[in-house]
Design a protein around this ligand. Sequence first.
Ligand SMILES: Nc1ncnc2c1ncn2[C@@H]1O[C@H](COP(=O)(O)OP(=O)(O)OP(=O)(O)O)[C@@H](O)[C@H]1O
Ligand SMILES: [Mg+2]
Length: 591
Amino acid sequence: MKDLKMNAEVISVFPNKIRIVVDNLEEFKLKDESLKVGSYLRVADNENSILIAIIENFSIEVNDEGIRDYIIEATPLGLIKDGEFIRGGDTIAIPPKKVEPATRSDIEKIYNESIELSRQFIFSRLSSNKEIKIPVDGNKFFNKHISIIGSTGSGKSHTVATIIQKAVEAKLGEFSLNNSHIIIFDIHSEYKSAFPNANIINIDNLILPYWLLNSEELEEILLDTGERDNYNQSSIFRTLVTENKKKYNPSHEKIFYDTPVFFDINEIVNAIINFKNETENAKCSGRYMINDRTYSLLADGKTNDESGIKLTNEERIKKYFEKELTFFPTKAQSITRGDYADGTLDKFSIRLQSKVSDKRLDFLFGDKSKSIKFEEILKKLMGYCEELLSNVTVIDLSGIPFEVLSITVSLISRMLFEYGYYYKRLRCRRNPDEKINNDVPILMVYEEAHKYVPRSELSKYRSSQKAIERIAKEGRKYGVTLLLASQRPSEISETIFSQCNNFIAMRLTNPNDQGYVKKLLPDTLGNLIDKMPSLSAGEALLIGESIILPSIVHIDKCKLPPSSNDIPYWDLWNEEWKNINLVEIKSEWYK
Ligand SMILES: Nc1ncnc2c1ncn2[C@@H]1O[C@H](COP(=O)(O)OP(=O)(O)OP(=O)(O)O)[C@@H](O)[C@H]1O
Ligand SMILES: [Mg+2]
């Protein structure tokens, strides 16, 4: 009988590998299904355990009798014991009894039974068998940070779109909007097309008041770092900002430089100009030679002890806020330059004026940012505007001047993190037994994350790095999760990357990046990871706590794609010469 000599036999068992010899491949295969690297096998023992393994490689050996043997090496993934799949687990009892390709229902059982139906979030199918849907545990997936990595064109943006579209559609009841809240930082203006109903924020309607910037962010835009007189600049700037905040918020008991309350930036500009031009009575310090007709100056232009206006330091600052004053010029012996009028503030003053009046920075320093209320900004960022409630907010960063990109991202990220932080505090105060810290949790999506959180010490990245690192470290507790997409994982800050728990690793060709990703992932993955360079567009290695097994999947196509499709060069080049209107492009450029 045929069974006397088994067709397929396990010839060795190692902790992380099994070797199988097959003498008739046709008989071994399941009907209508081909056997591939990546296909699943089931290996049974005498004790009712079934080991599920994934084929790693395949070779042919010719034995002494000149007969061909097919050798399959496979990596064990886990055990089905008493009908339940356990990842990893003990290996099977030796010797194994029977090897067969796993059936579709074996595989479906593993994926489906691992996660309760109501928690299943499905956005991909098994790559080796597209009929098998791969669920992830929706709670675990969104509660831990997610990282999507892959070379250009591997399908990251489409994956982001698929995930978000499916999350927004999911509903446990009859209502039009579910309770998902997603904010996308869209650096290439790609996502408007994928989310036509989204709350779209761009340079034309973004209002981010300068007075919400923290000290580091403010100084990053306004101060000239690396200049020798920097200390003078920052110390006077700090004093003025603090005083101005006090002036506008008299009811606040304690106001510091960093307190996030209103101050008037134009008054700071006035004061800096006045300090830089200030002159003082040489004979009597504290008398400032302001030319506003209340002075007394001797007929010969000299001063006496009564010349100028006597002001305390506080009065002086208050007066300097009001407007740009004129001062009497310095005169040998009788009028001297003021404390700060030694030229060290000249450049700073020009820089400050040009920044504050820069049309491109209107979203920060313009009139609207003076009148907008804190809660209005948060509502806008979170899709809670009265006229449009929206699950998805797309923040189109393409028009934001490069020099303020980092602080824009940092300010928005910080505000949303703090929303989570204070909401938790409020909830826990209201109900000390509160189990759910935040019942409106949010997902923040950073496309091209290496641009905001690079592994770099450069000061221009510091603010966004800090803000996003904080979310990476603490966001989980407050209902603020990150989704980072990047082409260059090796260039992303390690602090952030190492906090990610769910990885969607798409085709990755750069060896540096591959090496870096390998280091971060568990070693039990064996050769799965070596598939990374050969994945096709839309294929990914899905790894993490939310999925029962690391799996090579094909991400479902999104309903509406982001505008990042490959450009059909060859088709276009084969068409007739097209004219382009460069003047029109220029006016878009200089808008
Ligand atoms: N799940 C998928 N199934 C089929 N094709 C896909 C899938 N995902 C992406 N593609 C195709 O791959 C191409 C590139 O996709 P995408 O723009 O998402 O890549 P990307 O990784 O974001 O690239 P970049 O890093 O340059 O932004 C697109 O033309 C898209 O049609
Ligand atoms: Mg992309």
